[in-house]
Design a protein around this ligand. Sequence first.
Ligand SMILES: [Zn+2]
Length: 507
Amino acid sequence: MDPRRGKATGTASKARTAPSKVSAQGVKGPREEPSESPSATGAARPNARKRSAVGASGSRRKSSPPASPETPQVRARGARAKKGPLDAEDAVEGQAVPAAKPPHPRAPSRRRGSARAAGEQRPPPEPTEGPGFGPRVSASGSAPGAWNPRAVLEKLRLRRQEISLAAETVNPVIDHLLRSLKSCDSEFKDVALLRTGSYYEHVKVSVPNEFDVMFKLEVSRIQLEEYRNSGAFYFVKFKRNPKGNPLSPFLEGEILSASKMLCKFRKIIKKEIESIKDVTVEKKKKGSPAVTLLFRKPKEISVDIILALEVNTSWPASTKSGLPIERWLGTKVRNSLRQQPFYLVPKHAKEGNGFQEETWRLSFSHIEKDILKSHGQSKTCCEINGLKCCRKDCLKLMKHLLEQLKIKFEKRKELEKFCSYHVKTAFFHVCTQKSEDSDWQTRDLELCFENCVTYFLQCLKIEHLEHYFIPGLNLFSRDQIDKISKEFLSQEIEYERNNGFPVFHKC
Ligand SMILES: [Zn+2]
């Protein structure tokens, strides 16, 4: 297995020195040019406003315990149909796609009363220009496309109880697995739970029968070799270690073999699960980095266990100008986040018509969790004594929208490759553009949600959704998702928007 040596210069590292202005008047679209970053990036931004929330040390404020009483160990998978990709970059190309349906008839926009044509660039939404200047448009009741976002959110809130119940079934088994892995003298004896994902971010909206769990394993003295110019995929090598390398059984030449490692991981889990009633391990799925547990009672639940390597070195060069939160959360916060470890999950990179089976993909789910938790410029945003914003509600609604559409079109192929990670990524970009807390006042929920939808639509239209951490990676490139699928989703979202989101009432 000879890894092709990818040039270490991702496109990401170039051309990011001149930050463009962050659009202050509404989300106009992700970027002027598809290849350019919409937002100010780059580590050093002399003009970046300081974030009052950050202490002198530059470290983030301490995380408080989760607000909700449950302490789930599982995270629920995001908008994913049964066969949906694990994550954005999981997308596999090359399936035949039926032609898109003709556009739906459009109802007049409830807000402006003007119909928008399918391919037409939508005018920027009414600006929330600067703090608090947004028009307080509320379409409560009368207009044709009227809908009530709060009622939808309430429904999602109720669903969380169901999710907690499901977690009660899953958690003891995960605990048992962790204990067994730690006690047996295997290469995995140092695994720990990585508490990331929508469950911990409190934005979980998906059906409560699918969960993700990440088991992390710290690795040291490794060297990463970027796979081609992917920015996201790497081969893992080890530096010489006189004490020996605990993972040496998984070496393939000098490369840490993701497939070998997963195989053993799977074997141990399978053996442990054998003794547990009503739980089985699903047959290995080609290309999937997860070991999937199937619970049969009290109801069917599937749990993906994902092995993640924890790396405590500086982040790879491809991330250098990613995480554009300087104006939103501040440079100090950004620096301190970038001092946290990063993770690698086993994930095949696409290679011609096949896959490179030994690659690992970057994961920043812990950072995503962190910025979702401490998402305000004011450190008290959404805390008991602070002002409440609608950022998380917008994300929940966005996730719900995609999820519902995926359910609606489950039989078709077009939405298979879209996942909640796409929505989340777009949401983060909107947060970057609308960095002020006053851009997200709860009374503007509807407008803010519409801004998010607009941004997402723009990304679909220009086929560009920049990975939030790896700017050189376009999650909507044609080799990730074909154009027809993007057009299809675009049309469906526009239809929803113009008709008061009827899909929200289907659950
Ligand atoms: Zn808030």
